[in-house]
Design a protein around this ligand. Structure first.
Ligand SMILES: Cc1cc2nc3c(=O)[nH]c(=O)nc-3n(C[C@H](O)[C@H](O)[C@H](O)COP(=O)(O)OP(=O)(O)OC[C@H]3O[C@@H](n4cnc5c(N)ncnc54)[C@H](O)[C@@H]3O)c2cc1C
Length: 427
């Protein structure tokens, strides 16, 4: 019998899920094509440190080509997936003249910032999903202080020295804590007309408490730690409108040069080209084996997939879930010739716990009934984040920066390029 032609696996997205699939297909006899619109894999959990001048972008991002240099069957392509034609088994890519044909497809495109039905707010607030976003937040924070140093008007100065972070989940908590640490410690003594320690950081959360995925006790610890750092925490405060350097919370408004949006995510528009059931955030509802309904050759994994665990609870949008799904799907694809689709196992998410850091020496960790906070949780947080960074170079770079910043209170990434056409230049 003639040998079957080599099969092509196309993986859309080189984030945690997509990289895990490609790594899991090491030695696969067919071609693996990895498509991403960026040339790098990004370690999003440390993005807030790039935004607040703790780390450089290159410390937490790695070129996809270099990750797969030693794997000849993995071909990396730079391009933006625009639509998926499930019937003809091909993907339309903006930069390619020919559609990308596949035998197996893995959709691992993650999510993007969601504006709760107010896309116009994107003109005023900055999201935090990409390296570019983090660079913009850092530039806005630092540039506002530069402008405050020269602003003669006290009201303008107060506005320039105020940052509002919307969203009390782990990202909002981490950004708020790091902003206050930047102002209080890192910039101490650098200015003459202003005192950066007086910079105002307001964390706004519509719900009853911060970190709703954690226990009420840890939520309260996180709130108390932030308040101790000097963050103003506003609970039960929903954003009702936004304008240039202004956010409205019902009858109240706050003037702030820096507005950071960490409140919601939504799936990218490409999910709507599938013609399949989506959840409220536009995520693809998948079968228990992570395949698309009626398309056993196509899988969706990571943040873009709406997955229920064995108990019927949604699998959270976190890096370990995306990596576990990536490894699981790689196993199914590798065994495709031997296992019948009907007898595939269901994906099982193993929850290793959740953590969030609040600043120097403070963090919270929860795994089922186990709850940790303070220094122990922070040391655990450091270790886990170092271990999960993609390669040795990133681990060493981050370790060095953290050690220096810890000993000297001086993070080393405070260089920025002045943003052009800032929506609220008032000097
Ligand atoms: C600020 C922040 C902090 C976080 N902190 C934590 C944390 O502490 N712990 C934790 O477990 N999780 C954390 N997360 C969540 C975690 O990063 C995600 O769950 C994880 O990245 C999901 O992996 P993924 O592979 O689904 O998507 P991603 O890692 O987002 O990868 C998606 C990839 O697809 C690419 N892409 C998108 N659209 C296109 C397109 N149209 N064409 C081509 N390529 C495209 C992107 O460039 C990206 O490389 C955080 C996320 C953020 C934003």
């Amino acid at each position: 019998m003639p040998a079957a032609p080599p099969r092509r696996v196309v993986v859309l997205g080189g984030g945690f899920g997509g990289v895990a699939v490609c790594r899991g297909l090491r030695g696969y006899p067919g071609e693996v094509v990895l498509l991403d619109r960026e040339n790098h894999h990004l370690f999003q959990p440390l993005l807030y440190q790039v935004a607040t001048a703790g780390l450089a972008g290159t410390d937490i991002a790695q070129p996809l080509r270099s990750i797969f240099r030693g794997e000849p069957n993995v071909r990396v392509l730079l391009g933006t997936a625009e639509s998926i034609d499930l019937a003809r088994r091909r993907v339309l890519v903006r930069e390619l003249t020919e559609p990308l044909a596949y035998d197996h497809l893995v959709i691992a495109l993650g999510v993007e910032t969601g504006w709760f039905g107010h896309p116009e707010w994107a003109q005023h607030a900055l999201g935090l999903k990409t390296l570019r976003d983090a660079g913009l937040v850092r530039a806005r924070l630092l540039d506002s202080l530069e402008r405050a140093e020269c602003a003669p008007d006290p009201a303008a100065r107060a506005r320039l020295m105020t940052a509002v972070i919307v969203g009390g989940g782990p990202t909002g908590v981490e950004v708020a804590g790091a902003c206050r640490e930047l102002a209080r410690f890192a910039l101490r003594g650098d200015f003459r007309a202003i005192r950066p320690a007086e910079a105002r950081v307001v964390l706004v959360e519509a719900g009853e408490r911060l970190l709703p995925a954690f226990s009420p006790r840890l939520s309260e610890k996180a709130r108390a730690s932030l308040v101790e750092l000097g963050v103003e925490v506003r609970l039960r405060a929903a954003v009702t409108a936004m304008g240039p350097a202004r956010v409205e919370l019902g009858a109240e408004h706050i003037e702030a040069a820096t507005l950071v949006w960490a409140a919601g995510v939504q799936a990218p528009a490409i999910t709507r080209t599938l013609g399949l059931p989506l959840d409220r955030a536009g995520r693809i509802r998948v079968e228990p084996d992570l395949s698309l309904p009626g398309h056993p050759e196509v899988f969706a994994i990571g943040d873009i997939a709406s997955v229920l665990d064995a108990a019927g609870k949604p699998v959270p949008g976190v890096a370990p879930a995306a990596m576990q799904a990536g490894r699981f799907v790689a196993g199914l694809i590798a065994a495709a010739g031997e296992t019948r689709e009907a007898s595939r196992p269901a994906f099982r998410y193993r929850d290793r716990g959740a953590m969030a850091t609040i600043g120097r020496s403070r963090a919270v960790f929860q795994r089922g009934p186990i709850e940790l906070s303070g220094l122990v949780a922070w040391l655990g947080w450091l270790l886990v984040h170092l271990l999960f960074l993609i390669d040795l170079r990133s681990r060493l770079a981050v370790l060095l920066q953290w050690a220096y910043a810890y000993c000297r209170y001086r993070p080393g990434a405070r260089v920025y390029s002045r943003p052009e056409g800032s929506p609220h230049t008032d000097r």
